[in-house]
Each structure stands twice: as C-alpha cells, then as structure tokens.
Design a protein around this ligand. Sequence first.
Ligand SMILES: [Zn+2]
Length: 336
Amino acid sequence: MDSFLRCLPKVELHVHIEGTMEPDLLFKLAKRNNITLPFKDINELKEIYANFNDLKSFLDVLEKECSVLITSEDFYDLAWAYFQRVAADNVRHCEVFVDIHAHINRGVSLKCQFDGLIRACQKATKEINMTTALLLSFLRDESEQSALDILDKALEYREYFIGIGLESNEINNPPSKFIRLYKKAHELGLHCVAHAGEEGSSSYIKEALDLLKVERIDHSIHCIDDPILLKQIAQSQIPLTMCPLSNLKLKVVKKIHDLPLKLFLENHIRVTINSDDPAYFDGYILANFYAIQEAFQLSIQDWVQLTQNAIYAAFISNERRQELLKELEDILKNHQ
Ligand SMILES: [Zn+2]
C-alpha cells in the first residue's frame, strides 16, 4: 500500500508556503538577512514544534520565523524548495496560500513576494512538470478594511493569483466579519475559500458557506456537530480540505483516528487530504496519507475516491483535470 500511496498523482489544496520553511532554510535566511532569531538551533526548534498546545501557540512561532523572509530571493528559495520536495512525493498540482497580509504588515512589498514566488511557480511548471497556483491569504484577526486595501493593491498582480483565503485565529473572528471582502473577490472573478471549523464552531462553517459563498472550506472538522450542515455540505459537494497531522499537532483531535474521515467518505462528502504547514507538523502530503492509512486502513477504492475528490476540488482547467484523472487511471492499471 505504501508504494501505491507514493505513486498516486497528488493534488495539494491546503498548504501555506510559510509553513514549508524547514529549519535549515530558516537559519540560512536568517544569516543571509542578518536577523537574530529567538531560537538557538534546530534542536530547540524541534522541541518547540513537539509542544504546540493549539493554533495560537503555533501561529506565534510562525510569526517569528517569517521575519527571515525579506527579499524576493527568500520567497523564491522557500517556494522552490517546497516544490522540489513534494515533486518527490508525486504532487502534480498544488494551490499554495501566501500570507500576503502578514508580510505586508511586516513591511515586505507585494512586488517582492510575487517576484520570488512566481519565479518558483514558473520553474516548477517548466522543470518538474507540476502545475501551481497562488491563493492570497488574509488574517481574520485583522480588520476587514485592511484586507480590502491589500486586495486592491494586489490587483496590480492579478495575473499571478487565482483566489483568496482566510486564516489565523478563528475564535471571535467569524466569517461574517469579511462579507465585503468576499463580495469584492467574487466580483473580481476570484476563487474563494476560507478556513472554518478548525477551532471555531460549526456556525463558522455555515457562515463561510452562506455569507462568504466559499467554494471550498479549509479544515471544517466541526461540521460534524451539525447534521443539517453536514447534509448541506454533502449535497452541494463543497470540498473540505482535511489536514490530519496539523489537526493532531494543534490538538484539534487527540489521535488521527478521531478525525471524521470515514463519516465524510460514507456521506459522499468531497473531502481531501492535505498538509497545512508541513515543516512544523511532521510531514508533507505523503506523510499525511501514511498517517491516515495507519489510522483507518482505507481500501484502494477509498484512496481513488480521495484522489478524485482533490482533482475535482482543484481550481484547474478541464484539460488539466482530465490529464490528472488519466494519470490516476494509469497508476491503477499498473497496480492491478
Ligand atoms: Zn491552514
């Protein structure tokens, strides 16, 4: 089964590029930019990573580490390292969140962010035959107006991104706070997704669907608390991006087996498996696949379903979708 999982053509729909910064790159960039980090070495970092209590404890560390991302070269190095790493796991398409709001707050220009990231995206297409896309991620603990102002400025780079997302501390920052932002994004023809129901209640998921009219929900674990909502998600075929190792590390669940994956599959919910912030949570997408397999002992058919779910949930052309479905079909033929 392990080799089958490795060979599956993978589509990653929930990964934050900042969350892919491995400790060696972190220290390299800190040195390059003359930044003194509040961590002595890799061992100290590993110790911190092993002891996250919740989403906030992780976000506090992430914020400190992001201080090393200053130049377009830094963003390029970060993204290119990520694409190369996951190419080895046969990731064939990925949609990457960029923490644009946080970087702007630190004084890093949009030009700098896009210049580096787009160069890496183009190289991924050319050299490793992987398609990529960027989603701009806004901080829900900041004001809606600040997000609107940044989106407005980002339009100068409109060709470089396909949509927007909403992240960071959920509690007391419900989706309803961002109705104008999402209305504007829809008017601009952007794809719309949002984190909801990771630490927030099912009402946050409902708001994301009904008020922000999102096309995918990131995490959405707490939708199981509302049977009517669960039915709405199944009927609408709104994809949910589950991130098992993230949920485990941030204590959303006590063990992987507590995730409602079987319930989602049984209810024909379009759930996908993703990595979130892999450098911090012990593994990239393939490691998440392995963790799920160990906990649930899924069948080949379940994995085909999960892979198809991700291919259908991706914001890609029909032509690209058919290519990925064909790759899946070929893998299945070879496996039989
Ligand atoms: Zn996330």
